[in-house]
Design a protein around this ligand. Structure first.
Ligand SMILES: [Zn+2]
Length: 298
């Protein structure tokens, strides 16, 4: 049984005219509720205390109080801004923390049906990301006595720049990002391991590169994996630049879930990006992601 966290506010907390495919969450939820191997739960709100572990207190307070200025909001995107974005954001981070909690307590795979907001920095948001749930979860995981080392595997097509910056130099968290070199963010940060791919990279090259990367990282040396599972490397993606097929992405996911099976590592799935046109191709790929995860948790 795969535990997944989701709330309708993931879609409804964004303005209907936003230039972001907000409907992907509800489309995906509609498909996954029919899957008897997946248990969908409503996440609690993350607390201020949980968020400030990875963020500047002033930034957190300005956001929660609805006082971010227009420059800060423009950098995030997600406009027109709506008051519901506060609850949406807190619930979204709550979903990731709940998935973390479930994965660690059961040594299993669990996921958030949103999140992976890896472009958020300590004191500002960027690229559709407000708070960095990946960094928040990595720091929260280390509060568990038996979690000594955390591996962040960011396979979204965009670099996990915010995550790299927030966690820079942290001795017990390893950040790895495999992304399209020419893509956003144009000023990259330094992860512990960055793998830059050329435009139009296809399945075989991508998977060979992933295998080499995993060999280098030696995942068994870690106590849990935070998997940013963006499906924007898909060839139909409007913001992606890579050329993976749906089958290639399935194999990518399987490589990660296999680590759970092989080494009994808890794995937390953060949904990440996906901007295909039509959006159904993105929803297909996310459906694959969670369906595969469910098969690995039986
Ligand atoms: Zn992305």
């Amino acid at each position: 049984m795969l535990n997944l966290y989701y709330d309708p506010i993931y879609t409804e907390g964004l303005d209907p005219t936003v230039r972001f495919p907000r409907e992907r969450y509800q489309l995906l939820a509609a498909r996954l509720t029919e899957n008897s191997d997946i248990h969908i739960q409503r996440p609690p709100l993350a607390t201020r205390e949980q968020i400030v572990a990875a963020h500047d207190e002033r930034y957190v307070d300005l956001f929660i109080e609805g006082k971010l200025d227009s420059t800060a909001i423009r950098r995030i995107g997600l406009r027109p801004w709506t008051p519901a974005i506060v609850e949406r954001t807190l619930r979204l981070v709550g979903g990731s923390l709940s998935a973390l909690d479930h994965a660690l307590s059961n040594i299993s795979i669990a996921g958030n049906m949103a999140g992976g907001t890896h472009h958020a920095y300590r004191d500002c948001g960027s690229g559709y990301c407000i708070f960095n749930d990946v960094a928040i979860c990595a720091l929260a995981a280390l509060k568990e006595p038996r979690i000594k080392k955390v591996l962040i595997l960011d396979l979204d097509v965009h670099q996990g720049d915010g995550t790299a910056a927030i966690l820079q130099g942290h001795p017990n968290i390893f950040t790895c990002s495999i992304h399209a070199e020419s893509n956003f963010p144009f000023r990259k940060q330094q992860s512990d391991l960055d793998v830059h791919l050329a435009d139009e990279t296809k399945d075989a090259d991508y998977l060979a590169c992933l295998d080499r990367t995993l060999e280098k990282i030696q995942p068994h040396r870690y106590d849990c994996i935070l998997f940013q599972a963006g499906v924007d490397p898909l060839e139909e993606d409007a913001l992606g630049r890579l050329a993976l097929t749906r089958a290639g992405l399935r194999q990518r996911n399987e490589r990660v879930f296999q680590l759970h099976r092989q080494y009994h590592l808890p794995v937390v799935i953060f949904m990440g990006g996906g901007y295909a046109k039509p959006i159904e191709r993105t929803v297909d790929a996310f459906e694959d992601l969670f369906t595969e995860a469910a098969q690995f948790t039986v």
